[in-house]
Design a protein around this ligand. Structure first.
Ligand code: AFP
Length: 297
């Protein structure tokens, strides 16, 4: 089954938005060779931008504008929310156009992450999100989408035809024994270090690539946990609430898993500004409950 056929089960707007991402993801997947130089600019977090980051960002913003139903877009690469004045719809979109850019140099999988809110306010809690999707540019280009209450589904791009074909329908995160944790070990809090020791005692195996989309996709299929914790020198952690934590926690929750900041569901966190960061634990329900048990102490 093709992506556009599968999307008949969701509202037409959601179909339009997911297809906009799918369309641009083909261009992004084909642009790695040409656009991998440094752009010579920094994003709002002071990180070097690749040409690819900025190019992918513009492709996606233009595509959302083109749909006519998007009122505003918050992007990890833009300092401010982009307002689309002539929009006839009310959608608010968050985008991380290219997550894991430092992995482009080493040719590891990287991704695009998108969150979708129907009432047009990207500064809402994640629990107000209506749909989310991510694209993973690996050996295959895959697209995973979730619409509230309608499951999580994965498609793979068939490069011969340029169409996304169903790879796995109604994904549920199994209970698994894989873990990955970001952050310098010497900066981990005692609670986080104890949680990781507990996982190791229970034969969880370390697997961490440094690219959130790839690491999350592994957890989505195999269970376990991906974490980027609060650090002693950075209590808010590294990852971005709006662009990374919220959409992936929405997808995890729709796949019967969970996303937490260690003490509460990510989806219940009220954002204060678009650049908010958060500690993040994403994975199967049992492992996330264990994380919270250690982190709440
Ligand atoms: P880059 O986009 O700078 O490569 O950062 C990627 C990322 O935001 C996320 O995709 C990873 O999970 C995390 O940072 C990796 O951070 P560390 O390099 O500190 O492990």
């Amino acid at each position: 089954m093709f992506l556009e056929e599968h999307l008949v089960a969701v509202p037409f707007d959601v179909k339009t938005l997911v297809l906009a991402v799918a369309g641009q993801s083909k261009a992004i997947a084909g642009g790695f060779l040409d656009h991998s130089r440094l752009a010579g600019t920094k994003n709002i977090y002071g990180e070097d931008q690749l040409e690819l980051d900025k190019w992918a960002d513009q492709l996606l913003i233009d595509a959302f504008e083109e749909t006519g139903i998007v009122r505003n877009v918050a992007s990890e690469e833009q300092g401010e929310i982009v307002e689309i004045v002539k929009a006839r719809g009310s959608w608010g979109i968050t985008i991380d156009p290219l997550d894991g850019v430092s992995c482009v140099k080493t040719n590891l999988a990287v991704g695009t992450i998108v969150g979708m809110f129907n009432e047009g306010d990207v500064l809402e809690k994640g629990s107000m999100m209506d749909a989310a999707c991510f694209v993973l540019y690996g050996p295959l280009t895959t697209l995973v989408y979730a619409y509230k209450g309608k499951g999580v589904h994965e498609f793979a791009l068939d490069k011969k035809t340029g169409r996304f074909v169903l790879r796995e329908e109604s994904i549920t995160i199994p209970q698994g024994e894989i873990y990955g944790s970001g952050g310098l070990k010497s900066e981990w809090t005692d609670a986080h270090a104890k949680f990781i020791s507990e996982l190791e005692k229970n034969n969880y195996k370390l697997r961490y690539s440094g690219s959130l989309t790839a690491d999350f996709n592994q957890v989505l299929h195999y269970g376990g946990v991906f974490c980027y914790p609060a650090l002693k020198n950075k209590p808010e952690g590294k990852l971005r609430l709006l662009f990374e934590a919220n959409p992936l926690s929405f997808i995890a929750a729709e796949a019967n898993g969970a996303g937490s900041n260690g003490v509460q569901s990510i989806l219940d966190v009220e954002p204060k500004k678009i650049s908010d960061r958060t500690p993040l634990y994403l994975g199967d329900k049992k492992t996330i409950a264990l994380a919270e048990k250690f982190l709440k102490q």
